[in-house]
Design a protein around this ligand. Structure first.
Ligand code: FES
Length: 117
């Protein structure tokens, strides 16, 4: 049985899990949204809004170190699980849930109503 949170998501097929390189971002686009998808060295997936809150650097092109990505433009450090920009800088980016089903990675996009809030 699905939880209420799962029922409010649209699961979008993104890529084959085995096609993702470790610690290298991949840009996934869905209905005008851009997501940076990362497969960490642990094998865990992290997905977040692909644009840095500072000046829209492309986070999928950033350098990953443990569970952070460094923006390729001005090196702000963003925590992958939470999307929070680390001090001394501030800001945050949206994060997305992911799942792997039969070797395929899916990204959960909130419904339109939820995304507006
Ligand atoms: S655009 Fe990301 S740190 Fe400036």
């Amino acid at each position: 049985m699905k939880t209420q949170a799962e029922q409010q998501l649209i699961w979008v097929q993104a890529v084959l899990y085995e096609d993702l390189a470790f610690n290298t971002g991949k840009t996934i686009r869905y209905q005008g949204e851009e997501v940076a998808l990362f497969k960490l060295k642990s094998g865990k997936l992290q997905a977040l809004q692909n644009r840095c809150p500072h000046k829209e650097g492309v986070l999928a092109e950033g350098i990953v170190c443990d569970d952070h990505v460094f923006c390729p433009m001005h090196d702000r450090k963003i925590h992958l699980p939470s999307g929070l920009v680390q001090a001394p800088d501030t800001g945050c980016v949206r994060t997305y849930v992911t799942k792997v089903d039969d070797g395929t990675v899916y990204i959960g996009f909130p419904t339109t109503k939820e995304m507006a809030s």
